[in-house]
Design a protein around this ligand. Structure first.
Ligand code: NDP
Length: 253
């Protein structure tokens, strides 16, 4: 995407990022902070979150806060409790990037381990839904809220061996469409990003033989992540966007 965001695009915006400890989520948190946002980081690893908070501080960004939430074990109640803690610290949320995700097993459906299937659905779908439900009241306090889910090309077109991950990303697209329609008259837009093959640990575990240098980095795909959180996308809702348009889906390059 050729998008030249203003340096202060996200000034005074309060943006929460899940899976902010690594990969694309880490880069999104740093990028939002560089564009003026107050960033809230969610993750399961305190040390990694602190490292991101320190980096934002060292770069001169607004003070960021981290909250621990393991999507694998979270419940509706723990998500509500977390939302209450956030509400005690912040008046509203202007953006939520649901980025945390679990790959699970890349193998044929008849070999997918049921327990791992359930973990993928818990992290990518159920936990993400519990958290969304808990955060909606804070998002509705914004006069221009943006709720962004993270999809995948295999969440639009099923492909052999992508099992629970593909099913969970189809569910993510569905959740986005339902919410977009429910909130279309309420100052809250809801969209999906498909990052496309990106140089992260998840990508490396899905394609161990691939040369990572042939892949875009998380930093390369940030223009779309910025556009969806800023006012330039204000009228877009119920849509799914590719951070790397034209890229072949679900295969090693
Ligand atoms: P990474 O594996 O690099 O990062 C995943 C992030 O999710 C980490 O911050 C990780 O935390 C967090 N996470 C994983 N499990 C949990 C959990 N149980 N509770 C809380 N946080 C958790 O992945 P990517 O950056 O590559 O992926 C980001 C998103 O983009 C995912 O939704 C993925 O499906 C999607 N995507 C990625 C593509 C790619 O090529 N990279 C392509 C298409 C979609 P921790 O640091 O503790 O491990």
């Amino acid at each position: 995407m050729h998008y030249q965001p203003q340096k202060d695009l996200l000034q005074n915006r309060i943006i929460l990022v899940t899976g902010a400890s690594d990969g694309i989520g880490r880069e999104a948190a740093l990028t939002y902070a560089r564009h003026g946002a107050h960033v809230i980081l969610l993750g399961r690893n305190e040390e990694k979150l602190h490292d991101v908070i320190r980096t934002i501080h060292d770069e001169g960004g607004h003070a960021a806060r981290g909250y621990i939430l393991d999507l694998l074990t979270c419940t509706p109640e723990s998500c509500q409790a977390l939302a209450q803690r956030i509400a005690a610290d912040y008046p509203r949320l202007d953006g939520v990037l649901h980025n945390a995700g679990l790959l699970g097993e890349v193998c044929p459906m008849d070999q997918q381990t049921p327990a791992i299937w359930q973990q993928v659905m818990q992290v990518n779908v159920n936990g993400t839904f519990f958290l969304t439900q808990a955060l909606l009241p804070l998002l509705l306090q914004s006069d221009s809220g943006s709720l962004v889910f993270t999809s995948s090309s295999v969440g639009r077109q099923g492909r052999a061996n992508w099992g629970a991950y593909a099913a969970s990303k189809f569910a993510t697209e569905g959740m986005m469409q339902v919410l977009a329609e429910e909130y279309q008259s309420r100052h809250l837009r809801v969209n999906c990003i498909n990052p496309g093959g990106t140089r992260t640990k998840m990508r490396a575990s899905a394609f161990p033989g691939e040369d990572p240098n042939k892949l875009k980095t998380p930093a390369d795909i940030m223009p779309l992540y910025l556009w969806l959180m800023g006012d330039d996308s204000r009228r877009k809702t119920g849509m799914t966007f590719d951070a790397q348009p034209g890229r072949k889906p679900g295969i090693s390059q």
